[in-house]
Every structure is written in C-alpha cells, then in structure tokens.
Design a binder for this molecule. Structure first.
Ligand SMILES: [Zn+2]
Length: 152
C-alpha cells in the first residue's frame, strides 16, 4: 500500500508536559498539552494511569534516529516501516503523543491489551485525541495502538 506522505509542520510553540528522572523532557504544542493534562487527570481519577513515552520530535531529531538505525546496519526499508521520513512524522507538529503504561512493553502491540488502551479507545475522543494508525490504516503504517494525535 502507498504510504500517506503528508508533510508535517514543525511546532514552534511548545509546552513542557513531563520530565523523566534522568532529565529527558517531553513537549507538546499548547492546545495539545492542555488536552493531554485534562485527559491524564481524568483517567487518573478513574484509576487509570498512563504516561508519555514520546511527544514533540524535531525534524533534525528524526534524521538522527534514522541515521543511528542505518549505522547499526538496518536496511532503510526496514527502518522506514517503523520510522517516518524526516518531515513527515506527526510528532513534528507537537500534537502527537506515544503513550505507555505500567507492566507493558513500550511501543508494542501488546499495549492494546491494557486497561489504559481500553480507556483511551472509549474516552480519548472527548479530549480531542484520535488513534492515527489503527489496524490496516490507509497510510500503510504499522498498527500503533500507543500513538495518539490531537486534532482538537
Ligand atoms: Zn508516535
């Protein structure tokens, strides 16, 4: 299937939404950040706890990721099956977020078996978030139950 190549503008305005103990920071553009805070709080209040694994990513950073994978010997075709071409990742917009939860490998299909995923399927839309790459999506990307996009 043809990949849906859509250039994604890089966000200029960014808000810090989380930081790891090791100092890694996560950012989203302001509207997506506000929606994320609301969604995260609401889920928590209902006993569902999930966290951010990846948020805004610059075009330069995407180039680095792909170069690192190439240097490790992976064929480009295999790399581009899971990583967007620089300039084409929804993460550039500051509106996409990868979500993880306790006791589940990060960025794996198994995420769909978690309570967090079930909650997102039911409620994320109320906060403006949609799953970008469901099974058999029109873009030809792999199924990514952890990747959610703020469309407002
Ligand atoms: Zn993602």
């Amino acid at each position: 299937m043809e990949r849906g190549l859509v250039l994604q503008p890089e966000a200029k305005d960014l808000v810090l939404i989380a930081a790891d103990e090791d100092g890694r920071e996560y950012h989203l553009e302001p509207h997506a950040a506000g929606a994320w805070f609301k969604m995260h709080e609401t889920a928590k209040a209902q006993g569902i706890d999930f966290f951010v694994v990846s948020a805004f990513r610059s075009v330069d950073r995407q180039v680095e990721i792909i170069q690192r994978k190439k240097l490790s010997g992976l064929p480009l075709e295999q790399i581009l099956a899971v990583s967007a071409i620089p300039g084409y990742s929804e993460h550039h917009t500051g509106r996409a977020i990868d979500i993880g939860t306790e006791n589940c490998a990060l960025l794996e299909e198994a995420f769909e078996q978690t309570e967090s995923f079930q909650w997102l399927v039911q409620y994320a839309k109320q906060f403006g978030f949609i799953m970008s790459f469901p099974r058999n999506n029109i873009y030809g990307y792999q199924y990514e139950p952890w990747h959610w996009y703020y469309q407002g």
